[in-house]
Design a protein around this ligand. Structure first.
Ligand code: MN
Length: 239
């Protein structure tokens, strides 16, 4: 049975069709897999693991725990939108929370998994914000507020992020080749799978004589999709 990778679903109450598509995916394709890896931005925003009574969050965690209980291992990585996902949500999903990046042995091929935002090093403003958002002190301060205050603040941050993206070029928001190659070098030239850029593709990097495959996962804005890997290799599938 294969291992599946998805990312950048950006599930939100405003887009119920994508949630339905994801729930269908957990009951159909994903149920026939050895494992499902969610490589970040499952949610459009996440205000804390104490928000599990929210209807969308409850529905998604119930679907993932049912999938895990049926025998598909579920792995979760944080993205930039849901950087505050924690062990509370993971345990509710019967899932394992992964660090970013993480090495896995995928049917004998060393494979590095990452959300991908850390590789967008040309976007200096974003990298500054990334450090701020991942700082444990800042996270604690944010989480100390009421749920309603956090939701309000998150709405403001999302609007600001959309506005600043309008000002940036496509190249700045893509991964920087030098950052990709440094990451591959530091991990002994593995295969790399990541999301975040919403530019699904298979790239080949030549790093010091080693050919490294890099898969970029598709987002779930217009259509869903996943990367399917087994001992023979990986294939991108749109749904
Ligand atoms: Mn992202």
């Amino acid at each position: 049975m294969p291992t599946l990778f998805i990312s950048d679903l950006h599930l939100a109450p405003e887009r119920p069709q994508i949630t339905r598509q994801f729930l269908h995916f957990t009951r159909s394709t994903a149920a026939g897999a050895d494992a499902l890896y969610i490589l970040g931005d499952l949610f459009e925003y996440w205000v804390g693991d104490d928000d599990l009574e929210d209807p969308l969050n409850g529905t998604v965690s119930a679907a993932l725990s049912a999938l895990a209980d049926s025998g598909t291992q579920v792995f979760l990585m944080r993205g930039n939108r849901d950087v505050l996902l924690g062990t509370g949500f993971a345990s509710r999903c019967h899932a394992t929370l992964l660090e970013d990046p993480v090495m896995v042995n995928l049917y004998g091929t060393a494979t590095l998994l990452s959300h991908g935002d850390a590789l967008c090093t040309d976007d200096v403003d974003y990298q500054r914000f990334r450090l701020y958002a991942r700082d444990p002190g800042n996270q604690q301060k944010f989480l100390a507020q009421s749920l309603e205050a956090r939701r309000e603040q998150m709405r403001g941050m999302r609007a600001q992020s959309e506005a600043s993206k309008q000002q940036k070029t496509e190249t700045i928001m893509d991964v920087a080749p030098a950052a990709v190659e440094a990451l591959l070098r530091n991990h002994s030239y593995p295969r790399l799978i990541h999301g975040h850029t919403h530019r699904p593709a298979r790239h080949l990097h030549q790093v010091e004589g080693h050919a490294c495959e890099r898969w970029v996962l598709n987002d779930w804005y217009e259509t869903g999709g996943y990367l399917r890997c087994d001992a023979a290799g990986c294939t991108a599938v749109l749904t």
